[in-house]
Design a protein around this ligand. Structure first.
Ligand SMILES: Nc1nc2c(c(=O)[nH]1)N[C@H]1C(S)=C(S)[C@@H](COP(=O)(O)OP(=O)(O)OC[C@H]3O[C@@H](n4cnc5c(=O)[nH]c(N)nc54)[C@H](O)[C@@H]3O)O[C@H]1N2
Ligand SMILES: Nc1nc2c(c(=O)[nH]1)N[C@H]1C(S)=C(S)[C@@H](COP(=O)(O)OP(=O)(O)OC[C@H]3O[C@@H](n4cnc5c(=O)[nH]c(N)nc54)[C@H](O)[C@@H]3O)O[C@H]1N2
Ligand SMILES: [Mo]
Length: 755
């Protein structure tokens, strides 16, 4: 039998024979189904599945929950009813003894693409009914962007959906300058699902129509090879210096658009003072920039002159802001684009993340489908998402965040559903110390991921292939039926069933389920979406008809306006949502926060470590941790498709041949990657197309510490630093990381097995 399913990396038909998945194929509407779909083949039905509810031995029997053994203890299988009783009692105890903010239900993570079985929404609805919890705000993806850009130009949600489309780039842009390149491997993925993978095709089309590209990145492969693509190798974390060098040439050679800066921007005068060195005596000349970013002053100068000769589009990868002072490259990119004066012209200006997710740059009509309602969090309390370890380690201490102070609560219970902090958080050895402090950790998971292994009470969750759902995302013009291709595996239950079970025990089930079955919830969401569609001027089919057809495509919009064209035409009539209504090259609001790590205009600020800067003499290599090509984050890393990209079960670290030779490495050698924060094993892969002292180890290998705490599988987050981007956004600084690499001569241990 063939079943339709949808994932965060596309819509697929799954063949099931004798209860086993035998084939996975892209649907006909998708011009380029993602190869990572093959992770479904053997990854769903796998011996890493959690078969039954399980409770950690020491938590049940130990003194004070034996917290120090969290992560190393054995688990006992417990019948569903008993496990739900125990978890419900524990939730009630924590609320009664410590109040709701002592529960952390931030539960960040990507889980699955269904709209109803959205694990985090299910958790949040349940916890909100219980009186709420401490929550997390912003994302690991774009935390710095989400906080800085509303001060400077526009809310992030608007930029993401309205910014320049590939169509417009193809039709109107002459030169694309891409900081961090446009790594197309990442466009396999889009949050909430994607029907048509078009990014690669769009890139090819742009090339064919004569658009030239400049890939400014430490890695040449961040853009496809072509005679129209030029690579400028820039040290990681130094893009702002390079951009300032470009800005200096524009300013001193009178190439800036004075008119645009006066009519549409505020604060250029103050930025200019800094640029020319009138503020601190350091002029941001191309020679100054070269010393920091390693791109030559000649190249910087000639690029700056080239920028103004044609229609230029400036873009930056999301990775640039996942670094110390990650607010600055984004503010500086907007500043540079403002100096060129092409913002609001077709194919000009700036945009972000064209190689981040498959929907970015699409011209598809946007439609906000109805969601499963989470209700409101009565505590109204949230921390910046990447500050979780700070919170666990430093209760009652405060941090700055976007102009206010946040005091960390004392957390006694963590509930996670649909995310993997032992994948996503930085400095995992530090996270462990905090993670062992609360009394209790409860996790819903389909697989024995590290987060499940580091929990106390584990509930086995079904996967998307074991339940009915609807995939419908605001940036994709389709809705799809997700069929139950398989029965629930082992004793797994859906997150909804798990929370219904807990809600029953706490007297909240009537409110939690609203008396609806899972199928009725889907009908209810469809009905509410139908009402929203009418307001947008189109009709949805009846639910039964949609369910039979399996797909609905929303009608195309007539046209997509050029982003900020209205603002360009008349900034008084169409002001931005910034305090001045203009693009803020100087922000009085931010200046008045008085943060030394985020001043009132874009600036070059030394990161805590970098090549040629702090820490370099001890750890001579910069480690980048890009998204993995063969999977989504840590999901289905146990599958054959993901494992085929590894050597002896270790993730491959890409190293320049000269760097490898200097250390005596051959391809495939097992090495130890280390710094003061931790160490992991990895296998050597050689790559000529990179700066000599930059290595890359993709994220997503399951954390598996050996006796000496060295991670056996190649999880780079034992090496990254858990330091906020700045007092403004407090985002993750994953890409600011220096390491050394050495041969590993011990026997290579096998992967972690399920407990
Ligand atoms: N060093 C470094 N670290 C990074 C990054 C980086 O660039 N460098 N990137 C960061 C970014 S941008 C992100 S978004 C994060 C991603 O971090 P996460 O989103 O936490 O990573 P995932 O592996 O997608 O975790 C999703 C989990 O949900 C589980 N799951 C799937 N379906 C279901 C379900 O139906 N129910 C339940 N209960 N669980 C389910 C999966 O098994 C998986 O364990 O990582 C961040 N970490
Ligand atoms: N295949 C796959 N695709 C994914 C995901 C996945 O897990 N797998 N995850 C998705 C998610 S959640 C997100 S948030 C997006 C992330 O999208 P991005 O943040 O854009 O992705 P990354 O792979 O982290 O980084 C892109 C490139 O930036 C370059 N780079 C890193 N630091 C610097 C720097 O300081 N300067 C310059 N100039 N370049 C730098 C690196 O060489 C890297 O290849 O990807 C999404 N797409
Ligand atoms: Mo992300």
């Amino acid at each position: 039998m063939r079943y339709k399913t949808a994932t965060q990396w596309g819509v697929y038909e799954v063949e099931v024979m004798d209860g086993q998945i035998t084939d996975v194929q892209g649907i006909s509407a998708d011009p380029a189904p993602a190869p990572m779909a093959n992770t479904l083949l053997d990854g769903i039905q796998h011996d890493q599945r959690i078969q039954r509810p399980a409770i950690r031995q020491g938590w049940l029997r130990g003194n004070n929950r034996d917290r120090a053994r969290r992560g190393v203890d054995k688990f006992l299988d417990v019948p569903w009813d008993e496990a739900l009783d125990i978890a419900a009692q524990e939730l009630a105890r924590v609320v009664a003894e410590h109040g709701n903010t002592a529960i952390f239900a931030g539960s960040y993570g990507w889980a699955s693409a269904g709209r109803f079985h959205h694990a985090q929404s299910q958790l949040h609805r349940f916890i909100n009914l219980l009186g709420g919890s401490t929550r997390a705000m912003n994302s690991y993806s774009t935390a710095a962007a989400q906080v800085i850009l509303p001060h400077v130009v526009a809310p992030w949600s608007q930029i993401e959906l309205e910014q320049t489309s590939w169509q417009e780039i193809t039709n109107s842009t002459e030169l694309v300058v891409a900081f961090g390149g446009i790594p197309l491997r990442n466009t396999q993925v889009a949050y909430g699902g994607i029907t048509e993978h078009q990014s690669s095709g769009s890139f090819t089309q742009a090339l064919a129509s004569g658009v030239k590209f400049i890939n400014i990145s430490p890695i040449k492969d961040d853009m496809p090879e072509s005679s129209s693509v030029q690579w400028l190798a820039c040290r990681p974390g130094t893009d702002v210096a390079l951009m300032l060098g470009l800005a200096y040439v524009l300013e001193t050679e009178s190439l800036v658009s004075k008119k645009f800066l006066e009519s549409h921007c505020s604060g250029y005068v103050l930025f200019r003072k800094y640029l020319l060195g009138h503020e601190n005596g350091i002029a941001k000349t191309p020679q100054w920039a070269e010393k920091i970013c390693s791109v030559s002053a000649e190249e910087i100068t000639s690029l700056a002159r080239r920028l103004v000769k044609q229609r230029t589009f400036m873009t930056a990868a999301w990775s640039l802001q996942r670094a110390h002072h990650g607010e600055q490259p984004y503010w500086m990119l907007v500043t540079l684009a403002a100096m060129l004066g092409q913002i609001g012209l077709p194919g000009g200006g700036f945009g972000f993340g064209y190689g981040a997710e498959g929907f970015i740059g699409s011209h598809w009509r946007r439609f906000n489908w109805a969601t499963f309602s989470k209700g409101m969090n009565p505590t109204r309390f949230a921390i910046p998402v990447a500050r979780i370890a700070d919170m666990l380690l430093h209760p009652n201490e405060s941090i700055h965040y976007d102009g206010r102070d946040i005091i960390f609560p004392e957390i006694d219970l963590i509930y996670w559903a649909g995310g993997n902090p032992f994948h996503h958080h930085q400095d995992l050895n530090r996270l462990i110390k905090g993670w062992r402090r609360p009394s209790t950790v409860i996790v819903n998971e389909p697989w024995w991921t590290p987060t499940a292994q580091w929990a106390d009470i584990v509930f086995p969750a079904t996967t998307a292939l074991e339940r009915e759902d609807i995939c419908a995302s605001s940036h994709d013009p389709y809705a799809h039926v997700m069929q139950a291709a398989l029965p629930a595996q082992h004793q797994a239950r859906s997150d909804h069933e798990i929370f219904t079970g807990l809600a029953k025990r706490l007297g909240l089930d009537a409110a939690f389920t609203a008396g609806l079955s899972e199928r009725e919830w889907l009908q209810d969401m469809w009905q509410r979406s139908s009402e929203l569609a009418l307001r947008e001027g189109f009709e949805l089919p009846e639910f039964e008809d949609f369910w039979k057809a399996g797909t609905f495509q929303i009608p195309e919009a007539n046209s997509r306006p050029v982003w900020l064209a209205d603002f360009r035409a008349d900034p008084l009539l169409h002001p931005l949502r910034t305090p001045s209504g203009k693009i803020e090259l100087f922000s009085k609001t931010i200046a008045e926060f008085n943060y030394s790590d985020c001043p009132g205009h874009a600036a070059w600020l030394e990161p805590f470590e970098r090549l040629g800067g702090a820490g370099h003499s001890r750890y001579p290599l910069h480690l980048l941790t890009p998204q993995p090509e063969r999977r989504l984050h840590s999901q289905l890393d146990h599958s054959a498709h993901s494992q085929a990209g590894k050597i002896q079960g270790k993730e491959v670290i890409s190293i320049h041949p000269d760097t490898a030779a200097a250390r005596g490495f051959s391809p495939g050698d097992i090495v130890r990657v280390f710094n003061d924060r931790g160490a992991c094993l990895a296998a050597v892969g050689l790559d000529t197309n990179r700066l000599v002292d930059v290595v890359s180890l993709p994220t997503g290998s399951w954390f598996a510490p050996l006796e000496d705490a060295t991670d056996a599988n190649g999880n780079p987050n034992v090496l990254t630093a858990d330091i906020g981007t700045s007092s403004l956004a407090q985002g993750p600084s994953a890409n600011t990381c220096l390491v050394e690499v050495e041969r590993y001569l011990e026997p290579v241990n096998p992967r972690n097995r399920p407990p």
